[in-house]
Design a protein around this ligand. Structure first.
Ligand SMILES: *Cc1c(COP(=O)(O)O)cnc(C)c1O
Length: 482
């Protein structure tokens, strides 16, 4: 216990608990103020300014069901972000809890390092091979998307070593891409604020510009012309470094954390053409796009290209337990399998409980036809309602997205594509209005993001859209724009 706990005078010392149930009941009886004081005293949150968070206090989320969350004050909140883009099957699915419980009793842990395996990881791999596009038949497991992208780097370098092309070392990614927050993930990503705090980086990673039409297109380029020009930056970068030195290109099919940026249809076919022409592996980071988000099982199918590696996490288990994976195209898998040791692994690679939960999760997505429903019904409805509701809105510049993911661009002058000078502040104002209106909608700079659970129904979509409208109207009003 740190000295800081003593400063918080109104926190009662914990009583010894008679049993686990009593301890749990005691925990749930804490007041919001007590939770906040203890949280402030002992918990450092990810991606947060702890000084200011501790002064304002966090919202304490205590339970969830379907697409709704409840906080410790009893407020019911609609979750427009599926947690952090991950709770694809919604909260409270007993099938997943049962799978974990059963697996914990049967075999809570065993490793897969030393000539051993176990049923859950075998079943999961077979089902992933069935659900993924035809050339993806092999999967390597880890615990997160970040570790997935670290694994991607290991596979990429091993692949080129097996081909005798040892000079192929550079990996090209994009500014404002997000690939996680390990050192490799953070270096691959193009988030300036993360790079600034991290002077030590992984070598041989370089960035090209993102296909962000609203924010970065100049002159009279159409979205298609702009996307093509941005894709051709890859070719220029390859020629600059030398194709013999470039191992891979990695990108999210659509940028998630970067603001739900959907490139025009010309982008990915051109990226694929360039990768093939110069013999460079193409990696799709499907951590958000995978498992139904766009209405296809994988977002690269939505954009019509064929990567060599796919990074998976988030929706793989719907966030119920941590798990990540990398899917290998047959031609990459063959090289890895037939060329000796692959020197990479994590204690929890293919963890039996995580694998059992992932398996139960994927069966729900498949058997309840959740992805098909997003594609043919709820996703179409969500996109239509957003576009209709915000057509000609005074501060909405564009709506991007497909299926059940959308980015709403806040803009000073939508028609002129003029952004706010203090866009991040405007996003925060809007986010706070959403929060107060019991809607979780995330702000990334001046873009508002939605990515609800894939099981959402039309009434619940209406609720999200109308709450978003109230918050965005209030934002415009506060800025004096109408
Ligand atoms: C969230 C995310 C990651 C990182 O996943 P973690 O599980 O947080 O490590 C990587 N790539 C993309 C595209 C993501 O959205």
């Amino acid at each position: 216990m740190s000295y800081r706990t003593e400063e918080v005078a109104y926190v009662q010392p914990a009583q010894p608990a008679a049993s686990a149930q009593a301890a749990q009941a005691a925990q749930q009886q804490r007041s919001t103020a007590e939770y906040r004081a203890l949280d402030a005293a002992h918990h450092i949150h990810p991606f947060s300014d702890m000084g200011s968070l501790n002064r304002s206090g966090s919202r304490v989320i205590v339970k969830a069901q379907g697409v709704y969350l409840w906080d410790s004050e009893g407020n019911k909140v609609i979750d427009g972000m599926a947690g952090l883009w991950c709770v694809n099957v919604g909260y409270g699915r007993k099938e997943l809890a049962d799978a974990a419980y059963k697996q914990m009793q049967e075999l809570p842990y065993y490793n897969t390092f030393f000539k051993t395996t176990h049923p859950p990881v075998i079943e999961l791999s077979a089902l992933l091979a069935e659900l993924a596009p035809e050339p993806f038949n092999h999967f390597f497991y880890c615990n997160s998307g970040s570790e997935g992208n670290d694994t991607v780097l290991r596979i990429v370098h091993q692949y080129w070593a097996t081909q005798g092309k040892h000079s192929k070392k550079f990996v090209i990614s994009r500014k404002n891409g997000y690939h996680g927050s390990t050192i490799a993930g953070g270096t691959l990503g193009g988030m300036g604020y993360m790079h600034e705090q991290m002077p030590s980086k992984v070598e041989n990673i370089v960035h090209i510009d993102q296909p962000y039409f609203f924010g970065e297109a100049e002159g009279n380029l159409t979205p298609e012309e702009f996307a093509l020009a941005r894709a051709q930056q890859l070719e220029a970068k390859i020629l600059e470094i030398g194709a013999d030195n470039v191992a891979a290109f990695i990108g999210e099919p659509f940028q998630g954390a970067g603001g739900v940026i959907f490139p025009a249809s010309t982008y990915w076919p051109e990226i694929q053409r360039i990768c093939r022409k110069y013999d460079i592996l193409l990696v799709a980071d499907e951590v958000i796009g995978g498992f139904g988000r766009t209405g296809e099982w994988f977002a690269h199918q939505h954009f019509g290209f064929e990567p060599d590696l796919i990074t998976l996490a988030k929706g793989l288990t719907s966030g119920y337990v941590p798990m990540g994976a990398v899917g290998l195209h047959d031609r990459v898998a063959k090289a890895i399998i037939e060329n000796g040791d692959f020197n990479h692994g994590l204690t929890y690679s293919g963890h039996p409980v995580a694998a059992a939960v992932a398996l139960a999760n994927l069966k729900l997505l498949r058997d309840e036809k959740i992805v098909e429903r997003v594609k043919n019904d709820t996703g179409l409805y969500f996109q239509k309602q957003l576009r209709e509701t915000f057509a000609n809105h005074p501060i909405i510049g564009e709506i991007s997205g497909a299926g059940l993911v959308a980015g709403l661009q806040l803009a000073q002058d939508p028609k002129a594509r003029k952004r706010f000078a203090n866009g991040g502040d405007v996003g925060t104002i809007c986010r706070d209005f959403c929060f107060n209106g019991n809607l979780i909608m995330r702000a990334t700079g001046d873009r508002m993001l939605l990515s609800p659970p894939l099981v959402i129904n039309k009434l619940e979509i209406d609720e999200i859209v109308s709450k978003a409208k109230i918050a965005i109207d209030a934002t415009a009003q506060q800025l004096g724009i109408s």
